[in-house]
Design a protein around this ligand. Sequence first.
Ligand code: TRP
Ligand code: ZN
Length: 485
Amino acid sequence: MPRSTVLPGLLILAGVLAGGPPAPAQPLPTPPPVSAGAARTLNDPIFPGLGQLGLDVRHYDVALTVAEPGTPELSGAVTLTLVATRPLAEVRLDFFGPTVTAVRWNGQAAPFRMEPDTQKLVVTPPAPLLPGQEARLTVEYQGTPGVILDPDFSTPLRLGWQAVPAGEGGAGANFTLSEPQGTHTFLPTNDHPSDKATFTTRVTVPPGFTAAASGLEGAVVEGSGTRTFVFTQAEPIPTYALAVHVNRFERVTAPPVPVGANGAPVVRRDYFPVGTPDSTRSAYALTDEMLRVLSGWFGPYPFGAYGVAVVTPPLPALETATLSTMPVRSSNERVAVHELAHQWFGDAVTPATWADVWLNEGFATYAELLWTEAQGGDGQAVAAHWYAILAQGGTRSLVATQAGQLFDRSAYQRGALALHALRAAVGDAAFRAFLHAYTARFSGKALTTADLLAFAHAQVGGAGEAALRTWVESPGLPPLPVPSH
Ligand code: TRP
Ligand code: ZN
């Protein structure tokens, strides 16, 4: 998917360093010069090693086989449909997964090597990929995923492919939990939110197990002693938002909810591990109502399906696309509405860099206040509570400068209060119109905080933008906003 035009300075600088000419308007008779040493990442301000400059992955066709659920063992074959936005002599995918057994470029075997210290799989195409050219890159692999520990939480969290051993009533399960950079433990990817893509995900499991993944479910293919489940994620999502689950699941469906674009039906399905108690399931009884309330504020629901997959380990919940990953211990209304809101803010409208992740967490946290109000509760009391947390614990301006800030209180509560300030400045009707316009403008794309401020200026004018900007930029804590509505 096309990247937003972010970080023009960095892109230009990297272009100079790479020594390559800008993309030619006309195809050249001979390939432009490409130096093998010109490899450049996407220069993310928080994770500078991720991604490849000039690479645009459009689609991932993923086939995973989980022969023994509950063990980390995995085999995979993925075909990436990719285009170059600048000449690429090598394709450098993020990958820290099982052992690569084969690589093909447009169907032909291609040379490759692993760079463990950069977590890159480097593939050399037969000829440099030129701007605008499309190629299919296939990678096959088998073995044990790598271990990437999350640098953003105080308690170490293993990112990416998870294995829950059999025992304690469970039958053995696997699932993904990848934000920000765990997807490349089980899939070779351009693992950066600015390069969103569509996915086809096929998961082969033993009899008795059910696979679930982001997107709409297709046919289940019965093999000899296996079952293959197929899912189509037709709208582009960031790589970290891809869900894959294997478990002994009960798949619970409900009638579609007409909250998509122009009232299109949104498929409803939830996956509960067999034996999930009602006290856990009841957290999801109000999902249809949440879809109606949030789409009223945010605009049409951006995907073809929504539901949750419940997991047993005590991990944080994650907004995996169309299928939030919900630990038993986080199965409550507040977290449920938070992860649902991320389908708009994070999965459909995506930060262009990890420094901008408050664009996810602030909006999803604000949904908790909107839901409280929709249920007849006191939204201003929620805002005052957040304010007290920040007043006590300290705060910062919203664009993150280090990994430890990505999911801190400022990203969540201050980010939410920034929206409360915008609402207080412009009123409910203009705030709602702004949110609808924002999701319409940026769904399927990635944006920076500066893009948000410019868009706010155009939509609601200088006063609204100034209210938002104060909360984005000031180092201290601005006064608590009080909307009149
Ligand atoms: N985005 C998650 C939320 O607020 C939080 C989160 C960040 C997370 N990184 C994670 C959850 C890694 C699980 C794994 O909803
Ligand atoms: Zn969140």
